[in-house]
Design a protein around this ligand. Structure first.
Ligand code: ATP
Ligand code: SF4
Ligand code: MG
Length: 317
């Protein structure tokens, strides 16, 4: 089996996706070029699976999330999905963000927040929406009598439950979870992860789980893709990739791994150096500047290749 491919039918797949953002203009009005956020991404997501996405800040994880939701278009490459229209796709693919404080409209009572996707998609008749919200709230552990309250009247963990209920309201196939627990107290993180696992089992949901926290990915994801500067540098079964990492970047990332919920400890090579700028992409292997194993041949562009059950973008792995 190809480690890039899900074991179940694909809902979504990406082929050689490139995304760039205009980097603004200088004082003479000349374009400063582009920030190259995604630089040749190949990924597929199968029905009911969890695909973990890990990589440091700025490597393109949230850009990938927006692309999956259809909110941004690639500069080049192919996005394939099972949906007939953009409206249907937006219905089927929902997102939960890191910070429920800023992602929930503070001026709406919670029952309206939860059913907002239905109103946007003109699905619910108004008088039914409150009942729909009650059903969803029960599934995420929010009591029906609190649905008239506003987001600030809830704790962080409860707000994230509300964000999850909202994502569920359009009966999606896929939920993209962009750092779903990193803004929460340690004691609450495990509860939210358990809730996500249960909902997945009950509803056959697929998750794209984006996280800095390798332990969170280990806990929930069957497959994982490690990103570096807008590319996948290693992918495969989570146990393989995180258990026996082959790419020097994955190895460095795992050196820095905290225990679930604990902050990064100490001074690691990955923390001492920074992601290179993405205005001009490096020639050859993107990781060469930081790689402890760089040698002859690394000045050549690297493609993913099969190594010990994973796909690895390094000729020396
Ligand atoms: N709207 C935008 N306009 C210009 N550049 C952007 C925009 N959004 C992202 N970028 C750039 O694209 C790159 C990838 O950003 P992205 O937010 O996808 O990274 P990330 O992996 O989600 O980071 P983090 O872990 O900090 O959330 C970064 O260089 C970022 O500065
Ligand atoms: S190709 Fe070379 S520089 Fe890149 S990760 Fe492998 S050893 Fe390091
Ligand atoms: Mg992000």
């Amino acid at each position: 089996m190809n480690a890039l491919a899900p074991t179940r039918p694909a809902l979504l797949s990406l082929e050689n996706i490139h995304v760039r953002y205009p980097a603004g203009r200088d004082w003479l009005g000349r374009s400063k070029g582009y920030a190259h956020a995604l630089n040749g991404i190949d990924l597929a997501l199968g029905e009911g699976e969890t695909l973990g996405i890990v990589g440091e800040s700025g490597c393109g994880k949230s850009t990938l999330a927006q692309l999956l939701l259809g909110l941004i278009a690639p500069a080049s490459g192919e996005v394939r999905h099972a949906y007939e229209s953009n409206a249907e796709r937006q219905h089927a693919i929902q997102i939960v963000f890191q910070d429920p404080q800023s992602s929930l409209n503070p001026r709406l009572p919670v029952w309206k927040i939860i059913t907002e996707p239905l109103v946007v998609h003109r699905q619910g008749r108004h008088r039914d929406l409150r009942a729909v919200a009650e059903g969803l709230a029960a599934q995420v552990g929010i009591r029906a009598e609190y649905l008239g309250r506003y987001p600030h009247q809830f704790s962080g963990g409860q707000r994230q439950r509300i964000a999850i209920a909202r994502a569920l309201s359009s009966a999606p196939d896929v939920i993209v979870l962009d750092e779903p627990t990193s803004a929460l107290d340690i004691s609450v993180q495990a509860q939210i992860l358990n809730l996500l696992s249960r909902l997945q089992r009950e509803r056959g949901l697929a998750y794209v789980l984006i996280s800095h926290n390798v332990s969170v990915v280990r806990h929930l994801a069957e497959r994982v893709a490690v990103m570096y500067l807008g590319q996948v540098v290693e992918t495969g079964a989570t146990a393989t990739v995180l258990g026996r990492p082959q790419h020097p970047y994955t190895q460095l990332l795992l050196d820095a791994v905290p225990q679930l919920g604990k902050p990064l400890a100490g001074d690691t090579a990955a923390q001492r150096t920074e992601l290179p700028g993405n205005r001009t992409l490096p020639a050859g292997c993107y990781f060469r500047d930081r790689c402890p194993k760089a040698a002859a041949g690394c000045e050549q562009p690297q493609a993913l290749r099969r190594v010990a059950g994973a796909e690895v973008r390094c000729h020396r792995a």
